[in-house]
Ligand binder design. Structure first.
Ligand code: NDP
Ligand code: OXD
Length: 310
């Protein structure tokens, strides 16, 4: 007789009941419990930003399944020895990210905010069409999400550049890689999209020096993590005119604190960390499939390398 699969859930800011029900339905016979202190140790955990106290009580965990793509919050914790970390691998997020980024790029390029302001003022006015060639877009991070975004941008005929840790070949995208390729990547771009994971190598990577390398009148779209950006440096470059504007979905402190200058900045669009939401049904199906594959001894996609931090 095989021992039933024992799964624990520890989801901050997320209602656990639908996840518990969904995992039970996807894995008949498994024990699935929402964690409360003092529970018996489980084999697998499904988590979002769990507290250290949870991990300290789970010495037998074989794997932690993160219900997001970014594992930065998890990698700051002391994990049980030998426990693997598995992140969401797309699960419906890449199409949302492509929609969000293309929308932001096109809105800026076509000056739709300006037209909206004119219409509000009752003005029927034209702006001179901009040249696509003057708006090369750079995507930092060419992983599951970045590659989809870069490909989507090529559909609109923007010149597209990409930057990754290791070299990548994507049709229609000019690749740059490694620390040695970073400055040349930045100087090639006027619009910059951040889709890097947050690791010790990428924290504060967008700062006065790096943003200043972008072409004048630059536009920045941050859909990765707030801690990639030195916020005061972006504000200073918006004030100097080097940066034309920004669309920001993620912030150093979330929710964005009351009174933060981004809330009311005329050149900044704020959204509440919503560019690519976790879709519950797709995520449960992916996680359940990976648990079964791991139990059969197979390797699964989305395994986090602790040395790289993503
Ligand atoms: P992946 O792990 O698939 O891709 C990461 C990419 O970043 C890879 O191309 C990798 O290079 C590159 N990279 C990592 N470190 C470096 C470095 N030091 N220098 C250059 N390139 C580097 O991640 P995803 O695409 O799935 O997700 C990216 C991030 O998006 C997540 O970590 C998360 O923070 C954020 N996110 C935000 C959401 C939101 O709603 N705002 C939703 C979902 C995710 P290589 O290919 O060589 O390994
Ligand atoms: C994620 C996120 O990492 O939603 O999935 O930010």
């Amino acid at each position: 007789m095989t021992t039933p699969l024992n799964i624990t859930l520890c989801l901050s800011q997320t209602k656990p009941e639908p996840w518990e029900a969904g995992l039970k339905a996807a894995l008949p016979g498994a024990t699935v419990r929402n964690w409360t202190p003092g529970e018996p140790p489980a084999d697998y955990a499904v988590v979002w930003a769990p507290p250290q106290a949870f991990l300290d009580e789970q010495p037998k965990l074989k794997a932690l399944f993160n219900i997001g793509a970014g594992v930065d919050a998890l990698m700051k914790l002391r994990l049980p020895l030998g426990c693997q970390v598995v992140r969401l691998d797309d699960a419906g997020m890449s199409v949302q990210m492509a929609e969000y980024v293309c929308h932001a790029v096109i809105r800026h390029f076509r000056e739709f905010d300006g037209y909206e302001a004119d219409v509000q003022a009752g003005k029927w006015s034209y702006r001179k069409p901009r040249l696509r060639a003057d708006y090369p877009v750079g995507v930092m991070g060419l992983g599951v999400l970045g590659e989809r975004v870069a490909r989507a941008l090529t559909v609109f005929d923007f010149p597209v550049h990409g930057w990754s840790r290791t070299p990548k070949q994507i049709e229609g995208v000019q690749g740059h890689s490694g620390a040695e390729g970073f400055d040349a990547f930045l100087t090639s771009c006027r619009v910059l999209v951040n889709l890097l994971p947050l690791t010790p190598d990428t924290a504060d990577i967008l700062n006065r020096r790096t943003l200043s390398l972008l072409q004048p009148g630059a536009y920045f779209i941050n859909v990765a993590r707030g801690a990639h950006l030195v916020e005061e440096d972006l504000l200073a470059l918006l004030a100097s005119g080097h940066m034309a504007g920004a669309t920001l979905d993620v912030f150093r402190t979330e929710p964005l604190p009351e009174g933060h200058p981004f809330w009311t900045h005329p050149k900044v669009t704020v959204t509440p960390h919503t560019s690519a939401r976790t879709l519950r049904d797709e995520s449960i199906a992916q996680i359940a499939g990976k648990m079964l594959a791991m139990m059969r001894g197979e390797t699964v996609a989305g395994l986090v390398d602790p040395a790289r931090g993503y």
